[in-house]
Each structure stands twice: as structure tokens, then as C-alpha cells.
Design a protein around this ligand. Sequence first.
Ligand code: PEP
Ligand code: MN
Length: 230
Amino acid sequence: METAEAEAAAGATVLRGGAFKPRTSPYDFQGHGEDGLKMLAEARDRFGLAIVTEVVDPHDVELVSRYADLLQIGARNMQNYVLLREVGRGQTPVMVKRGGMYPTIENWLLAAEYVLQGGNRQVILCERGLPATGDSALRRNLLDLTAVPIARELTHLPIMVDPSHGTGRQSLVSIMSKGAVAVGADGLIIEVHPHPDQAWSDGAQSLRPEVFSKLMKELPTMVSAAGRTI
Ligand code: PEP
Ligand code: MN
């Protein structure tokens, strides 16, 4: 709630939180499940933010869609065709993060195509970095900003960038957010936490609210430099 309040005050329009989390280790925090969805819905009601949250299991699509304004297909599931078909059958907008075993731009667009083919026309693409090449202490992933203008040439779908997962480091998030806007991203997903050192997930890449707020004030200059309007 603290994060949602701060994000809304800084000008964010959508709140992302994982109620069902795909974690690399089965011993890590897996999310609060439906209770987490209820918390997100409460934040939506209190602070007027839309909600984006991940669905990991085809059987949960109906449940998660009852709460979410936008369904996230996480990077690990970009090539989970059963899940893509299931969200494609619904009406809730879907964001497809780039990833999977073969995270090419072509495969990312084809993943989106699975959703579109099912009849769901509201699809957003999200670049979030590729596995890093040995520099894992310096960056968690290799954020591929060329993917934005390349996808722009190939599709009419909106394209977002997640510089938090894309770099994995607080100190890189603001500068890469600006880079993403400069190359034409339609939106950003930025992880924020009031106490990053106490976060149960991804604290190293989470911005403190005041840093997020500063970034939000700086972004409009980048938007106009890119010849776009908000
Ligand atoms: C997330 O958004 O919390 C997440 C797990 O992202 P990704 O699928 O990009 O790893
Ligand atoms: Mn995360």
C-alpha cells in the first residue's frame, strides 16, 4: 500500500505486483496467491491505479482475470503455448515479456500472435533483457534496447521496457529508463519498494520511492526529445 501510494503520487498509472511468482528456486517466496490479488485490488480502489499481475498456470487465468486489468506473461513463459492460448481466449489485455529458451524477436512476436489468434486483440510486448553474458555481478540481464525499434518496424503492438529486470541493479534503472524512452518505448515497468533491502523479491533492482519520483520528473524531457507526447 505504501508503494502504491507513492507510485500514484509520482504519476504512475498502473501497479505491477506478482501474486503468483515464477521463482527460480522452489524455496523462495512464491507470492501470496489469491490473497495477493485481493491486496492489489484494494490498492486499485484506494489509489486509482490499474493492476498488472502475472499468471503462471493456465488453470488460474480465469481467477487472475477477475482481478487484473492486464495479465503478465512472464519471460519464463514466453514459449508456454498452452498458457498463451488460454489468455488468448479471454478478454483481459495481455503483456508478453520477452524470454523463453529462444528469446528472439521473431519468437516474441509469434508468442504475441498466439494470444491474438485466440481472439484477444489487446496485447502489449515487453522487453526485459536477455541472459547476461558472464557479467552477472555487473548486470543481471542484457537489456536489448534495439528490440524496441526493430519490433516497431514489424508490429503495431505497444512496446514496453522493464529496466528493473533488464539490468537487475538500482543504479542502472533510471539511466536505462531514459534510454528506453529515447528509442521509442511506449511504457516502462519499474520496480519500487520503500525498503529495498528488506524486499522478499528483487530488492537489488527496486528503486526507493523518492528515486522513482525523481525519475518520473525527468522523463518528460526524454519523451519530447524522442518526438513523442505523453
Ligand atoms: C516479474 O515481473 O516479477 C518477473 C518475474 O519478470 P520476468 O518474467 O521478466 O522475469
Ligand atoms: Mn521480479
